[in-house]
Design a protein around this ligand. Sequence first.
Ligand code: SF4
Ligand code: SF4
Length: 381
Amino acid sequence: MFIENPICSVLILKVASRCNLNCTYCYMYNFEDKSYMQQPKFMNYDTVKATIAKVKDHCLRNNLQKFYFVFHGGEPLLIDRKFYFDFVALANEQLGGLVKIFYSLQTNGVLLSNEWCSLFKKLNIRVGISLDGPQYIHDKHRIDHAGKGSYNDVIKGITTLKNNGLAAISSLLCVINIESNPEEIYEFFKSHGIKKVDFLYPDLNYDCLPEGLKNEDDATPYADWLIKVFDLWLRDERNATSPSIRRFLNAAMLILGQHTMADDMGLEENNVLVIETDGGIEAVDSLKICGDRFTKANMNINTNTIDQALDSPLALLYYKSHKDLCATCQQCDVKDVCGGGHIVHRYSKKNGFDNPSIYCQDLKKFYNHIKNSLSNILADV
Ligand code: SF4
Ligand code: SF4
């Protein structure tokens, strides 16, 4: 399919290539891709300058009004605080009059401190923290290099964030664990007083299936888990006591014909690229799960433009991943909402990306449940 003029409006910046944790499901460190070992530990200022210059060029060429920088890793709190002051000062100076800039940072939360919180406030950086649930769930996978669970440190970090008045602009990210009790997980997240939550499907594919999908073709453990949470959330939503849950809101918006920025549902293009610590420009990082050096495109922000990087095969595939669907997805009655799911979950060594999602049955059941729930609500109005 010919795509005219692909656009990037979100850059995920891998400012640190190493992490103080070693989560069992981490696609950076614990699957086939070992390319992080060749990466510099931190992004340097030359790469920052080149990144901002290339973003300026891209925004001007494409008349963009908004641009999003996401500080990521590894663990982005491992780099010096000065990095952020320098980055934001230069970006605001070079891009401020041109586009509205948004900054966010995704951390494991372990190193959060008052100093970091004051930096976030000063630089207007929104924070996302990874937390999988109560200690016995979180510590199953989110462990440090000695195998010790990180729960206590993460909770300390979240408390620091709240004490600094940052709860309202922060969010929690939870990878779904189908062995957990969905009611317990929902109440746990509600009790933390952080108003934005998202639930993620584990980033796996046909060559490495998730728990619950290994033995049965028509099992729907992820949908069953999410539907329980959705029904509780909907009850609370009617009483205005619920946190905002991104996955549910995005699905509802798509069903109602609205746009979202989600990269794992809907039919829109994905406007995201990744910059590695050495300046390498790549497609979305979770594709690393597909193989060693899978995301390497021989593109670098120091020598290439963003437009050139968007033209590389994997970046283009990701960009149009909700348009180029396999034959099964094209016939599907929830295609407009599901969009074939996340591209990472479609991969097999045998067929490449020409598959429905490994979560296909779950996605179908979950979106149909939301559709029916919304129809019932609208019928009551
Ligand atoms: S905190 Fe994130 S980057 Fe670090 S090991 Fe865990 S999943 Fe990977
Ligand atoms: S539910 Fe399955 S078949 Fe339908 S669009 Fe999603 S992945 Fe494709």
